[in-house]
Design a protein around this ligand. Structure first.
Ligand code: NAP
Length: 310
């Protein structure tokens, strides 16, 4: 072991609700716990405005406030936090190794909570109107658009689910899909097709999002005729898939064909001592509260694992 090697019982990689919750539970259970938070602490919730569905906050709470509260709770429990990016990992030896630049950390266990990133259309206007009408989560932001017209981009199960959910609030939901055939499962397609508030626009790409301070219109282009059309909408929900943040773990742990971590038993991966929690393995629920729940489960599973080792 080299001189600057730091030793921990548990290292948590990532600082969304899963990572912070795992930190709170692990430190409270008495383990020497480190969170390597990434440079941008707090995860996806740092990009949302008010979170109205996280239990315990009847008037809602700003995503950034929720995350700084969780960070403070970790610190109060004694979790050490390093505000940096992991550069590489080595799970092929015991103890497990994590490198952060030229610093090497060794640990008896790891909880991977690196989350997932929603795929983007790649338009500069998409960035400009982010949280000003552009959203990647209907459950998070749908209620802000009561009685308004909205668009959903995508043709998969997520897009159908988001569109159906948004009809609870919106006066009309336009689903924009780049092909003439949906990718979504038959049952989800049928549900969306039967919903009279949903209008489908096939063979169309969103090529621009316009407005002043908030989204007012989107410009669509037909993929066959290249004809352009403007739709008046107050919000656009982009549901074209997610990319799990697992680049670091390729060739180290088992991932599925989409890059999500495969869990073998509860929160355990295929490598002894390596656990995962939150959107990095969960492509179904993707909520702050479920990520926090998975973080709690992983910390309890690690506790059992470390206790059995002793
Ligand atoms: P997905 O199945 O990969 O679908 C992504 C959709 O977005 C596709 O229709 C794709 O078009 C479109 N798309 C991708 N990139 C695009 C781009 N740059 N511009 C425009 N459109 C683009 O992703 P998902 O819907 O998030 O689902 C992921 C997984 O979770 C799936 O296995 C799904 O079944 C599952 N899931 C299940 C449920 C449920 O059962 N209730 C709910 C949500 C998700 P193309 O079709 O042309 O490729």
């Amino acid at each position: 072991m080299n001189n600057n090697q730091n030793k921990y019982d548990i290292i948590i990689i990532g600082s969304g609700p899963a990572g912070y919750t795992a930190g709170i539970y692990a430190s409270r259970a008495g383990y020497n716990t480190l969170i390597i938070s990434g440079v941008l602490q707090g995860g996806q919730l740092m990009n949302t405005t008010s979170v109205e569905n996280y239990p315990g906050f009847p008037d809602g709470i700003l995503g950034s406030d929720l995350m700084s509260n969780m960070l403070q709770q970790c610190k109060n429990m004694g979790t050490k936090i390093i505000n940096d990016e992991v550069s590489s990992v080595d799970f092929k030896q015991t103890p497990l190794i994590i490198n952060v630049g030229d610093k090497k950390y060794s640990t008896r266990s790891i909880i991977i909570c690196t989350g997932a990133t929603p795929k983007k259309l790649g338009l500069s206007s998409e960035e400009f109107f982010s949280a000003k009408g552009v959203s990647y989560c209907a459950t998070c932001d749908g209620a802000f658009f009561r009685n308004l017209e909205l668009a959903v981009v995508g043709g998969g199960d997520s897009a159908m689910e988001e569109a159906i959910f948004l009809t609870k609030f919106a006066s009309r939901v336009h689903v924009i899909h780049r092909r003439n055939k949906l990718r979504a499962s038959k049952i989800m397609q049928e549900r969306a097709m039967l919903n009279t508030k949903i209008e489908f626009h096939f063979n169309k790409n969103v090529i621009e999002i316009t407005g002043t301070n908030k989204v007012k219109h989107i410009i669509l282009q037909n993929t066959e005729t290249y004809e352009k059309q403007t739709l008046d909408v107050e919000g656009i929900f982009i549901a074209i898939g997610h990319v799990p943040n697992t680049q670091l773990f390729k060739n180290q742990i088992e991932l599925d064909e989409n890059g999500y971590i495969i869990l073998k038993n509860k929160t355990k991966t295929n490598i002894d001592g390596v656990f995962a929690a939150g959107d990095v393995h969960d492509h179904i629920y993707r909520q702050a509260i479920t990520a926090a729940g998975f973080g709690c489960m992983a910390a309890i599973d690690v506790d059992k694992y470390l206790t059995e080792l002793e």
